[in-house]
Design a protein around this ligand. Structure first.
Ligand SMILES: NC(=O)c1ccc[n+]([C@@H]2O[C@H](COP(=O)([O-])OP(=O)(O)OC[C@H]3O[C@@H](n4cnc5c(N)ncnc54)[C@H](OP(=O)(O)O)[C@@H]3O)[C@@H](O)[C@H]2O)c1
Length: 340
């Protein structure tokens, strides 16, 4: 068995945030590297995925998954190398996708691991070829059901999910309007990703510029953010529009319901009159068994250059808290990954 003398750095959840997380909610500690027992492997983390859902795991508010306990290692998807194995199905050197969390090393009994084979760019297993790409594909294809000539609007348009949604929309023959947080992101969405237009959600009259960009209304709104973007989209929805409700990142740091008049009645009236379909989904709970449906076309599209991707790589585990806080405010440009 290979010997490792270095320590295991871990980022723990030190306290629960109220509103925006701060670096003091996390604590970096050093512990001894654990030894694998029979039927276990020792993993060295190469890449850690940072994703918006982690904000939910930091909170005790009811959710579809339990919170991270105070003092526990922050959860997270990882690409790791097996550096020693006492497990019959894994050998030293294997590259695996797992859920080792925010730490340099982890023990696994193999049940949460997927072999990756050798990949030129293993971090893609956390992005376009992994959970966010899968989310984009199933949410759009299964709930959004894009038809040629339809208008698709997607926010967080240059992010891990939104960038893939918009590009699949183009492949399906839709007119695609992105919404993103600054002019550089908007330029990238049009010039690199091939969207028909991209609007900055910080513009004062978002509803007006969105109306101009969608002269035939909106047939699919892929909901990633909520908040004022949803407000601008609602009046433009066409009859029978589909709204895959994937995420509401604008609300993740909220501590109370938004102020202003109750608009639930307006929303229900729109759902009825326009026969809208709004459907929430959680990729791991609702689509896990359909992963192969996504993998084959996506690998091909990426190989052919029809789906492009961009990664935002933070260097070093100690950068994870700051990078994660930035993700919730649009500081990332592309799929946010930590390289350890
Ligand atoms: N349902 C599921 O199973 C599932 C799975 C994966 C992800 N998701 C959801 O999908 C969404 C996108 O996730 P991702 O991993 O692809 O993240 P991402 O887009 O790579 O990063 C998050 C982006 O959200 C945007 N944003 C943040 N606050 C905003 C606000 N107040 N208003 C508008 N935009 C805001 C920022 O982009 P701009 O600078 O462009 O505004 C930021 O870069 C999230 O809501 C996430 O929770 C859901």
């Amino acid at each position: 068995m290979q010997k490792h003398t270095s320590i295991n750095r871990q980022v723990l959840l030190a306290s629960r945030p109220t509103g925006k997380p701060t670096v003091s909610n996390f604590k970096l500690v050093e512990t001894p590297i654990p030894e694998p027992q029979d039927s276990q492997v020792l993993l060295k983390t190469l890449y850690l995925s940072l994703d918006p859902y982690m904000r939910g795991r930091m909170s005790e508010a009811p959710s579809y998954a339990p919170p991270v306990k105070l003092g526990d290692v922050m959860c997270g998807g990882t690409v790791s190398r097996v550096i020693s194995s006492r497990h019959p199905q894994f050998k030293e050197g294997d590259l695996v996708l797992g859920y080792a969390g925010w730490q340099d090393y982890a023990i696994s009994d193999g049940r949460d691991l997927q072999p990756l084979g050798e990949m030129g760019q293993p971090s893609l297993a956390l992005g376009v070829l992994g959970m966010p790409g899968f989310t984009a594909y199933m949410g759009l294809m299964d709930i959004g059901r894009p038809q040629k000539g339809e208008t698709l609007v997607v926010a967080a348009a240059t992010g891990a999910v939104g960038s893939v949604v918009g590009q699949i929309g183009k492949i399906m023959g839709c007119r695609v309007i992105g919404i993103a947080g600054n002019p550089e992101k908007c330029h990238y969405a049009v010039a690199e990703l091939g969207f028909d237009a991209c609007l900055n959600h910080h513009e004062a009259k978002l509803e007006d510029i969105l109306r101009e960009a969608c002269p035939e209304g909106i047939d699919i709104y892929f909901e990633n953010v909520g908040g004022k973007v949803l407000d601008a989209v609602l009046p433009l929805l066409n009859n029978k529009a589909r709204i895959p409700v994937c995420g509401l990142i604008a609300d993740y740091n909220r501590t109370a319901l938004p102020e202003g008049p109750d608009r639930l009645g307006l929303l229900m009236s729109l759902i009825l009159r326009k026969r809208l379909l709004l459907q929430g989904f959680i990729i791991s709970l609702d689509y896990g068994p359909r992963y192969q449906e996504f993998r084959q076309p996506m690998e091909q599209w990426v190989r052919e250059g029809r789906i492009k991707y961009r990664e935002d790589i933070a260097l070093g585990l100690e950068k994870a808290p700051e990078a994660f806080i930035g993700l919730l405010e649009g500081a990332n440009f592309g799929k946010l990954v930590v390289k350890l």
